[in-house]
Design a protein around this ligand. Structure first.
Ligand SMILES: [Zn+2]
Length: 397
């Protein structure tokens, strides 16, 4: 009997040990997950990958408002010529273009590209932002063009007509026709979810569910903000200081912080406010929300194609893993300043993302592009580091 009792005791201890092992590792895992580390946004390199940057020389931007049609790659030029073939109306006349007119448009465009050749020069970038050890390719006019380039009125008018081509049947080229996704699922939800979860803010699912909501708010807006960002509130240009995203972030994070401090019966309101605040911060992590207003207004499809790409490839291009693996945060007490800092970061990639997405053409099927992926990984990582800081501020600020 004595031996039997001992056996039962040993068995009980063994069972207890087996139960305890997974318990301990779950706790350890949670503690590990909660070890968030503050980093300095000015010097932080952790997790950022080398990327290849395009830089459009100011002389090219000064030559014509349609400079983005001069810097296209061969692929981009081909897509543009194809879109002239597909267009029904070219220019604002409202008159259907004949096949002969299309041929003549394409010929004039090719002549223009020949007369104003853009060449590229690639150098190795620094180890820090923005290339992180990748390359920097500057697009500039060929040295064969001896003096300062300014396109004539006739040349600009040709490019304006090419720009305002329309496909009447689908209206795709004029309107974009694709719904924005950075502004919705799942980018906002996932970055906000991870921020609240990692920074131990209550109800991370409520934070996540409310993160995309500000895009549904009605607003009376000036163009181009109506077409592109739904509102000036979802935008900030570090170059002109235009846009209310910084003040929106500051307003809602202050509300979140007060509601959190008011106690657990206000946690749902606090999580909702944090969701809103994070939305306006995350928006400017997308370079398309930080500049090139006129270029984007004329080509809204570039903006929408990029957002659709990031949304569609959120898991397959590992953007979610980049966010979930990150345990850094950037700390601000002034979150309008935090918003402006993130806008400055993402704006450094605007020339590159805009040009690369334009080169893919209007009808890009969103197939994977590893150079766009690498830049987007850095963008969502930076956005996550800022949003983590925002969530922490909501709790302890
Ligand atoms: Zn938005």
């Amino acid at each position: 009997m004595q031996l039997g009792k001992l056996n039962i005791l040993l068995l009980a201890l063994l069972v207890a040990a087996m139960v305890m092992i997974p318990c301990v590792s779950a706790v350890e895992e949670q503690q590990e997950q909660e070890k968030m580390i503050q980093a300095d946004p000015k010097t932080d390199l952790a997790g950022y990958v080398p990327v290849d940057i395009l830089s459009i020389d100011p002389s090219v931007k000064a030559a014509t408002p349609y400079y983005y049609l001069l810097v296209l790659s061969d692929e981009g030029k081909k897509h543009l010529l194809d879109s002239i073939d597909a267009a029904e109306i070219i220019g604002d006349s409202g008159i259907t273009a004949t096949p002969d007119e299309k041929v003549s448009f394409k010929k004039s465009l090719k002549t223009l590209w020949m007369n104003y050749p853009v060449v590229s020069k690639t150098v190795k970038g620094s180890l820090g932002y923005p290339s992180y050890g990748g390359t920097v390719t500057t697009l500039t006019f060929s040295p064969s063009l001896k003096k300062e380039v300014h396109l004539s009125d006739a040349e600009n008018s040709l490019l304006a007509k090419v720009q305002s081509r329309k496909q009447v049947s689908s209206d795709k080229i004029a309107s974009g026709g694709v719904s924005p996704k950075w502004a919705g699922s799942p980018t906002h939800e996932r970055i906000s979810y991870w921020a609240a979860s990692k920074e131990s803010f209550p109800q991370p699912s409520t934070v996540s569910a409310n993160a995309p909501v500000p895009d549904t708010w009605p607003a009376v807006l000036p163009e181009p903000f109506c077409t592109l960002y739904r509102s000036l509130n979802h935008y900030y240009s570090p170059n002109t200081g235009t846009g209310n995203a910084p003040s929106q972030t500051a307003t809602y994070i202050s509300a979140a912080n007060s509601q959190y401090k008011a106690g657990s019966s206000y946690y749902t309101q606090a999580a909702t406010s944090l969701g809103y605040a994070s939305h306006f911060l995350e928006d400017v992590g997308n370079p398309m929300h930080t500049g090139k207003e006129t270029e984007q207004y004329s080509n809204p499809w570039v903006h929408f194609n990029y957002e659709a790409y990031v949304g569609d490839r959120w898991y397959s291009s590992n953007f979610d893993t980049v966010v979930s693996n990150n345990n850094n945060y950037y700390w601000y007490t002034d979150w309008a300043a935090g918003n402006r800092a993130l806008a400055g970061y993402s704006n450094g990639y605007l020339d590159t993302i805009y040009t690369k997405v334009y080169n893919k053409g209007q009808n890009w099927n969103l197939s994977q592009d590893t150079s766009i992926d690498a830049i987007t990984q850095n963008l969502v990582l930076a956005t996550a580091k800022y949003t983590n800081g925002l969530a922490l501020y909501a709790r302890i600020g």
